[in-house]
Design a protein around this ligand. Structure first.
Ligand SMILES: NC(=O)c1ccc[n+]([C@@H]2O[C@H](COP(=O)([O-])OP(=O)(O)OC[C@H]3O[C@@H](n4cnc5c(N)ncnc54)[C@H](OP(=O)(O)O)[C@@H]3O)[C@@H](O)[C@H]2O)c1
Length: 324
């Protein structure tokens, strides 16, 4: 079976398609014939700066949808031939993957395999941040970075469905603003001074919940944009900034809370909680009619092109690899 791999860090040219033996499921695992693999910003970071790369050759890919080919020992609740979505710890850019049954989910009837691959991770991430960590309440003002991207387009709609009073998005370029506004946002802020814009947009009050995947200066500004008793969630470090720290003096006067979220961390440490979260998020997506725009489909050989698009900050919506 064919799969994407790389043996050194670098640009998209380090990605190669190689032939590998069909992987077989061990105890608690399932083999999946992949139909679609999601392209995530984290995949590009793995290739460029070694994010979560522990050894070479490294096989990127964190999520797939497809059909169960074989069950390992002890797997219950899944069957051969079933349509599934799986979160992985790598190796997803491939014709066949082996996934832990604990992080493999039946695709809801209302979804096809393409939508399942596009929605799975971003839906659980957005829902987990808004509800489990951010404890969003009716009427809250929510600020979401990367509003035109995979996580951003879905999380804007989820915030709206959760009863947020106002949903503000941030994008880096004006040409992405009109696009992002279609996905649950009341207003799109453009540029790095989004904290000042958010304060102006709320008559100086600030936002109740800010979601930041960029880190560094952006994180500092996300915290600055908070209203009294506001909450900020760090869920990525796209800027590659040094680790941030925040102290009592920064938080106490306005009663702020800061926290983090990692869907990969949750999958690794508490798959049972991930299952509850993912299944709840899929139900909410169906109830609220949440959609995700798939704006690019690429064959395995062009995975580098998809990653380059994500890194260029010009992509919108979700990009997928088409395996079948
Ligand atoms: N913690 C978690 O569980 C979790 C799960 C999924 C994704 N994430 C994170 O969420 C973010 C969105 O992921 P995604 O896969 O849906 O990607 P995406 O939003 O479709 O694309 C990445 C976006 O990040 C923004 N960005 C900000 N700073 C950037 C930089 N220095 N270089 C390149 N892009 C930059 C760009 O939007 P603008 O140009 O408009 O700013 C770009 O469109 C990523 O940072 C990812 O690591 C975290």
């Amino acid at each position: 079976m064919r799969a994407v791999t790389f043996e050194e860090l670098g640009g998209p040219e380090v990605l190669q398609v190689v032939d590998l033996p069909e992987p077989q499921p061990g105890p608690g695992e399932v083999a999946i014939e992949v139909s679609w693999a999601g392209v995530n910003f984290a995949d590009a970071k793995a290739r460029s700066v070694g994010y979560r790369v522990d050894a070479f050759p490294f096989h990127p890919g964190l999520e797939v949808s497809g059909t169960v080919r074989a069950l390992g020992e002890g797997v219950t609740g899944l069957s051969v031939g079933q349509h599934v979505f799986a979160m992985l710890n790598g190796k997803g850019y491939a014709e066949t993957v082996v996934a832990r049954a604990a992080t493999t989910f039946a695709v809801p009837e209302a979804l096809d395999l393409r939508d399942a691959a596009a929605l799975g991770t971003v839906l659980a991430t957005g829902y987990g941040m808004l509800h489990d960590v951010g404890r969003v309440r009716e009427g809250d003002t929510v600020l979401i970075q990367g509003a035109a991207g995979g996580v951003g387009t879905v999380t804007g709609q989820l915030a709206r469905a959760a009863g947020a009073g106002r949903v503000l998005g941030v994008v880096s370029r004006p040409e992405k603003a009109a696009y992002a506004k279609e996905f649950g946002y009341d207003e799109i802020l453009v540029g790095e001074d989004f904290d000042e814009q958010a304060l102006r947009a709320t008559d100086g009050r600030g936002v109740d919940l800010a979601l930041d995947p960029v880190g560094g200066e952006s994180w500092r500004r996300s915290v600055a944009a908070l209203a009294r008793f506001g909450r900020a969630i760090c869920f990525g470090n796209a800027s590659d900034a040094d680790a941030w720290s925040i102290g009592m003096a920064d938080l106490a006067v306005r009663g702020l809370s800061v926290s983090g979220f990692s869907i990969l961390g949750l999958a690794a440490t508490d798959p049972a909680r991930l299952r509850v979260l993912t299944e709840t998020a899929f139900r909410e997506a169906e109830r609220a009619g949440i959609t995700i725009p798939v704006t690019g489909e690429f064959p395995l050989e062009r995975a580098g092109e998809a990653q380059t698009l994500l890194e260029s900050r010009t992509s919108t919506g979700k990009l997928l690899l088409k395996l079948r």
